[in-house]
Design a protein around this ligand. Sequence first.
Ligand code: NAI
Length: 333
Amino acid sequence: MPVVAFFDTKPYDRQPMTAAGADKGLSFRFHDFRLSAETAATAAAVPAVCGFVNDRLDRSCLEILAAAGVRHVAMRCAGTNNVDLAAAAELGLVVTRVPAYSPHAVAEHTVALVLTLNRRIHRAFNRVREQNFSLAGLVGFDLYGKTCGIVGTGRIGRVAAEIFRGFGMRVVAHDPVPAAGWAEAHGVDYLPFEDLLGTSDIVSLHLPLTPETHHLLNAETVPQLKPGGMVVNTSRGKLIDTTAVIEALKAGRLGGLAIDVYEEEEGIFFEDLSDRVLQDDELSRLLVFPNVLVTAHQAFLTREALAEIARVTVENVTRLARGEPPLEGTLVA
Ligand code: NAI
């Protein structure tokens, strides 16, 4: 019976995976620790491993997996920036991912962050529980008539843009591969990146992390944002240079920051650290700004998305175990 070792799992992953794998003739081994060079040896005699966003599948990790007999790395996420794909190809490892499990889950969380931060719901929630019914400091702005800049109009960016259009916002976008027909149908205008930054009241990031997009918002580009504007990032933490946004927040140039991802989230997000001293000074700083909202990489976390991630992952593991090709569009190396 082919064994699959799942890393960085929590009960909410295990249940849908187990349900999708019922009657498939697979044996699941769930680990709560992350996959890295330090833990890869636990995959001895396992033909397939399943990783997630904060596992570190660098060359040394992949070498240990290949030497241990692993043939298939099934990532249960869309982004594969944490996998050395060139090394995987050299080592003969097949890498698959789940490219589109629910763009709606991520886009809707993006909008939830924007509404929460703009209307100060996070602060109001705490206040009324303390019987503080004052409204001071809770003033937001109408989304209607404002401009939202979508960076990356792939699956998620397009859904987010359509929702923002539903609020009566002007939506502008930037993407090196524009979706011209979609933009025309939805009244979205493509702009050069600098122009998008300067005209958008809200900038929302929906592009992959690559060497070219690393620190897309940095000490040079953050000052190009419209003064008082808001940035929302549900894509990957390293798209933003945290030091640069902290400076802009302290100076009052950046009006708000809502993030579901953080540069150094590995080892922090997904864990309960409530009885520890947080060692990350920049995250600690972000958490005390009244106009910063942080969620811990939960944009994907809907029942529908989890079920689809499980379905595609189990189907690919089953296919590869039988010597068949993976589902169309899921092969990355
Ligand atoms: P996609 O591949 O459908 O679209 C990405 C778009 O970004 C493409 O249109 C591409 O041309 C564009 N792009 C590439 N470089 C760009 C640049 N320099 N400037 C502007 N646009 C650029 O990807 P999808 O499914 O929309 O996902 C987007 C990202 O969302 C993923 O790469 C992943 O990192 C992140 N994500 C986050 C989740 C979460 O739970 N927070 C869950 C799922 C995805």
